[in-house]
Design a protein around this ligand. Structure first.
Ligand code: NDP
Ligand code: 2IT
Length: 443
């Protein structure tokens, strides 16, 4: 049995029930086979065994009191996966589906993504099975304060720097930051995605979505294809989806769909983004309300955006939201490119369909790295006690995304699998982390 297969078998045996973590580990390690074969030192140094084992996993009780006076208990997580190239860095997810396996898949992906940014950040992820939907601001604050009352022991500006993810935006980061500062007395860049009045970076809100479009623009340009005039289908209606839509439209593409966990809209003339922002960012409402702004649009309950004919598909909601059948439908309807705003939104079957059909497919760890890259820029600004202009941050973000495209494309070439950006992203992300781990000894 190959070294890679042995390690994967152990991952499954030692982490029972963590399906998403198994999936992420398999996808990465399968691609690394090429690098492993070329460098026997990796096996000798137990590099893969170390890579798949988080440095530290923290799980804790999060008790809080709801508006009816009832005591509620959630489970909190922070997985500090790998600090070979910098302090742990990665978001916090608040969603009822959160469990250890999901946080570990996200933390594992984050290690390679953060490496691709070229910035000095290790990988981590955290969150809770708390559901912010339908909760009052006071309830969200009570939860966040309780969560931070335990988490603060393990984080710090040079230790571990959490940020947002699903269910965590500016409101939650504010409550978390306030509690951290109150307990520790430290005014430091311990979280990113902060508000602009207390150390946040301009363009962090837009960064993941804008970065996704900069990646697609760079990748398509290398193939002689422009974004202008292309029809784009996007899933999700949260932070990533909204700003991906905004930048795609600014570059002349037509975005015809968005979705949330209840349903999806199809607006043939192009999505009215001001309406979506009003519904989602201001009122925290449902996408079903979109028709009251745009009566000519279609709204459907359930899943369905991947049935819309498009040139470019951008899954920006959640893991495994696009399966093999969806992928076949996209190909059949003429889709030429897929870029992942979400983390692991395409199932392994869908990825196989994209690669077999020569779809230009950029996986999440490369395509959505603009968010964490801009978080690292926020950390730099905090350390320097300076703030850069929107234009300056945005220009750096764009430079980073173009550089990531060059890295993943060059790695795919180097290992003899041109245009396979799955292999390219995994191999390019791995190299820096592996070198740093080898240099630091058996730790
Ligand atoms: P948000 O919470 O802002 O939005 C998530 C969106 O996806 C919502 O519209 C949500 O619908 C929808 N959704 C549909 N199905 C699900 C489901 N089963 N679970 C959760 N959400 C669902 O999150 P983000 O936009 O920040 O994150 C979207 C994706 O992008 C995630 O995979 C995240 O890990 C990834 N990502 C985020 C980054 C960031 O900077 N925020 C950076 C890199 C990646 P509803 O409103 O009904 O819940
Ligand atoms: O998945 C991700 O990269 C994020 N949710 C952003 C993490 C960060 O630290 O900004």
């Amino acid at each position: 049995m190959s070294y890679v297969s042995e390690v994967l078998q152990e991952v499954v045996r030692r982490n029972p029930g963590e399906a998403e973590f198994h999936q992420a580990a398999k996808e990465v390690l399968d691609s690394l086979q090429l690098a492993i074969d070329a460098n026997p030192i990796y096996q000798k140094q137990g590099l893969l065994e170390r890579l798949v084992e988080p440095e530290r996993q923290i799980m804790f009780r999060v008790p809080w009191v709801d508006d009816e006076g009832k005591v509620r208990v959630n489970r909190g997580f922070r997985v500090q996966f790998n600090s070979a190239i910098g302090p742990y860095k990665g978001g916090l997810r608040l969603h009822p589906s959160v469990n250890l396996g999901i946080i570990k898949f996200l933390g594992f992906e984050q290690v390679f993504k953060n490496s691709l940014t070229g910035l000095p950040i290790g990988g981590g992820k955290g969150g809770s099975d708390f559901d912010p939907k339908g909760k009052s601001d006071r309830e969200v604050m009570a939860f966040c304060q309780s969560f931070m009352t335990e988490l603060y022991k393990y984080i710090g500006a040079d230790v571990d720097v959490p940020a947002g993810d699903i269910g965590v935006g500016a409101r939650e980061i504010g409550f978390l930051y306030g509690q951290y500062k109150r307990i520790t007395g430290l005014y430091e860049g311990v979280l990113t995605g902060k508000g602009l009045t207390y150390g946040g970076s301009l363009a962090r809100t837009q960064a993941t979505g804008y970065g996704l479009i900069y990646m697609m623009e760079a990748m398509l340009a290398a193939k002689g294809i422009g974004l202008a005039g292309k029809t784009v289908v996007i899933s999700g209606a949260g932070n990533v989806a909204i700003y991906a839509a905004e930048k795609a439209m600014a570059l002349g593409a037509k975005v015809v769909s968005l979705s949330d966990s209840t349903g999806w809209v199809y607006d043939a003339e192009g999505i009215d983004l001001a309406a979506v922002k009003e519904i989602k960012e201001v009122r925290r409402g449902r996408l079903s309300e979109y028709k009251s702004y745009r009566p000519q649009a279609e709204y459907h309950d359930g899943k369905g955006v991947w049935s819309i004919p498009c040139d470019i598909a951008l899954p920006c909601a959640t893991q495994n939201e696009l399966d093999g059948e969806d992928a076949k439908l996209l190909v059949k309807n003429g889709c030429i490119a897929v870029g992942e705003g979400a983390n692991m939104p395409s199932t392994p079957e869908a990825v196989d369909v994209f690669l077999a059909n020569k779809i230009y497919y950029v996986p999440g760890k490369a395509a959505n790295a603009g968010g964490v890259a801009t978080s690292a820029l926020e950390m730099s600004q905090n350390s320097m006690r300076l703030s850069w202009t929107f234009e300056e941050v945005d220009a750096r973000l764009k430079g980073i995304m173009v550089n990531i495209y060059h890295q993943i494309s060059a790695a795919a070439e180097k290992y003899g699998v041109p245009d396979n950006f799955v292999a390219g992203a995994n191999l390019a992300g791995f190299e820096k982390v592996a070198d740093a781990m080898l240099a630091q000894g058996i730790v």
